[in-house]
Design a protein around this ligand. Sequence first.
Ligand code: ZN
Length: 244
Amino acid sequence: MRYLVLSDVHANLEALSAVLDASAGEWEQVLVLGDLVGYGADPNAVIDRVRALPVAAMVRGNHDKVAAGLASVDSFNHVARLAIEWTTAVLTPENLRWLAALPQGPVAIDAMTEICHGAPWDEDAYLFDERDVERARPSLARPLSLFGHTHVPSIFRIEPSVEAMLPVRGERCRVPIDDGRYLVNCGAVGQPRDSDPRAAFGLLDSDPRALTIVRTPYDVATAQTKILHAGLPAVLAQRLALGR
Ligand code: ZN
C-alpha cells in the first residue's frame, strides 16, 4: 500500500492543497498524525478536505484535543491559546464532534508501522533529539513509528543505538530505512519549523518498505492574509514565511 503521510496541517488550507496537488497519483490512502487545527485560519475547510480523503488511519494532536474541549488550554503559550480559542469559536458543531472523536495514538497501520502525534507513550511528548528518542524506545511496538508534533522533519535509527540521521534536506529526501527500527517525523504540512517554509509531507510504501520526505512550495501569502483578516496573532502569519 502507498500512503500519504500528513501531520500538523494546522488549519493551513493553502499548504494542504499544495501537498495534495504535489503528491497526486503517488498514494492510495492517507495517514493523518494530528493537529489538523490551531494557528491557521481555515479549520473547517481543512477538516472538510481531510474527511473527504481515503484515510486509512488518523490520530489526534494536542491542538485537536484542546479545540474539542478534551484538554485544558493551560499548557499552551499566549499565542497558541488565542489561536485555539478562536478555532473553537469558529468550528462547526459537527466538526467539533468529529475532532473530539479522533483516536489517541499510537495506532497500528500494519505489522511494520504505527503512527502517533508526539511520542508512542505520550501523545503530548516532544521527540527532538536522541535523548528524547531513547525514552521512547521501550514503547515502540513496531519497526517504523511515524510521529509529528515538533514540526521538524527528522529520522532516528533506533538500533543498535539511537542515532539521529540528520539533516533532512532537499525537495525529496529518501529515508534510508532498511530492516532496522526507526522513528521518523515527515515534517509539518501547515507550519514548518526547520527554517524551510515549504510544506512537508511523507510518502510511505509498505511493500517493499520505502519512505520519502517531500517538500513543496505553497501560497504562503494567501495563508498569511487569511490569518491577519481572521484577527489571529500576526506572528502566526510572519512565521510561515520563515519556516520557524
Ligand atoms: Zn502541531
